[in-house]
Ligand binder design. Structure first.
Ligand code: UDP
Length: 328
């Protein structure tokens, strides 16, 4: 039996493929390679194609005995989604619709879905619980929430069982630095700060210092990408054992401000990193911190890399060794 990982050449997808392979599972990857990297897929067959490409989905489901799907493939830039919402509805919602139709057609009735904290929008209270209201503030979050709802109704109608994992801020890299984070262009805080440490950027812009937080910069919950990978493995096991659908937050339960992240990067790299304050980035909530008790209790999830220093150290290993990402 084989697991199909869509978007398995992307950042979180490729780390999950690595983890699933380490656990002895058979994995097949489907990725458009528009954002993903062929080199990030270690020891698994890679099909290049989009979710709207019916022929490639048919080929995979006909050739491999797919037991379950782990579904990452999506566009995921908040700013771009505001500029071009229909692209997000087409690729994320439309793409997933095709995938689910094929799954139902081929009788593959288990999926682990890559969702996001962006489904909550401006939080009601901290830490955020899965039962809190969902009110996305951008099309990216809306498309992820629309897919969660598609999954809920597909469970009821077709018995398609799903686990939706709402990630907070994915960070870090494979502790052996075989693979890591490589977005073009980069928009995430930790890799941007490490690019400044490498001299690839003059300085880092802190987006706002007048938020109602201790030092005025935004607070986020950073979670190691291999711990996210572990949760996907546990979700697959849970689906196989119980056939129970569910929605789970994945975060560390701890918050760090932008200023604290920069300080940690200075400490870990030993390099000077210049920073100055820029205007707020539109749509940024002041504080996002997860409650992940449900994942701990129901999935048996136990994050392994819980210190920010360690998360940054793994990211730094990868960035130092591969300053140009997979282009080295
Ligand atoms: N951030 C920043 N400067 C940057 C990039 C990000 O101050 O160059 C801030 C951003 O405003 C947010 C936090 O860092 O408060 C994390 O941003 P990221 O884009 O990594 O993740 P997000 O929380 O938006 O998913």
């Amino acid at each position: 039996m084989t697991i199909l990982v869509t978007g398995g050449a992307g950042y979180i997808g490729s780390h999950t493929v690595l983890y699933l392979k380490e656990k002895g599972l058979d994995v097949v990857v489907l990725d458009s390679l528009q954002k993903g990297h062929r080199e990030a897929v270690l020891n698994a067959p890679l099909y290049t194609g989009q979710l709207k490409d019916e022929a490639v989905l048919d080929e995979i489901f006909q050739k491999h005995a797919i037991e379950a799907v782990v579904h990452f493939a999506a566009d995921s830039l908040v700013g771009e989604s505001v500029q071009d919402p229909l692209k997000y509805y087409e690729n994320n919602v439309g793409g997933t619709l095709n995938l689910l139709e094929k799954m139902v057609h081929y009788g593959v009735l288990r999926i682990v879905f890559s969702s996001t904290a962006a489904v909550y929008g401006e939080p009601e209270s901290i830490p955020i619980q899965e039962t809190d209201q969902t009110a996305p503030t951008n099309p990216y979050g809306e498309t992820k929430l629309a897919i969660e709802k598609m999954l809920k109704w597909s469970d009821q109608a077709y018995g398609l069982k799903s686990v939706c994992l709402r990630y907070f801020n994915a960070a870090g890299a494979d502790p052996q630095a075989k693979i890591g984070e490589d977005h073009q262009p980069e928009s995430h805080l930790i890799p941007i700060v490490l690019q400044a440490a490498l001299g690839q950027r003059d300085k880092i812009a802190i987006f706002g210092d007048d938020y109602p937080t201790e030092d005025g910069s935004c607070v986020r919950d950073y979670i190691h990408v291999m711990d996210l990978a572990q949760a996907h493995y546990l979700a697959l096991k849970k689906l196989a054992a119980t056939n129970e659908s569910g929605i789970y937050n994945l975060g560390s339960g701890k918050g760090f401000s932008v200023q604290e992240v920069i300080d940690t990067c200075r400490k870990v790299t030993g390099r000077e990193i210049k920073a100055d304050v820029s205007p707020r980035r539109p749509g940024d909530p002041a504080v996002l911190i997860a409650s992940s008790h449900r994942a701990e209790e129901k999935l048996g999830w136990k994050p392994e890399y819980t210190e920010l220093d360690e998360i940054v150290a793994h990211a730094w290993q990868w960035h130092k060794q591969s300053p140009n990402g997979y282009k080295n």
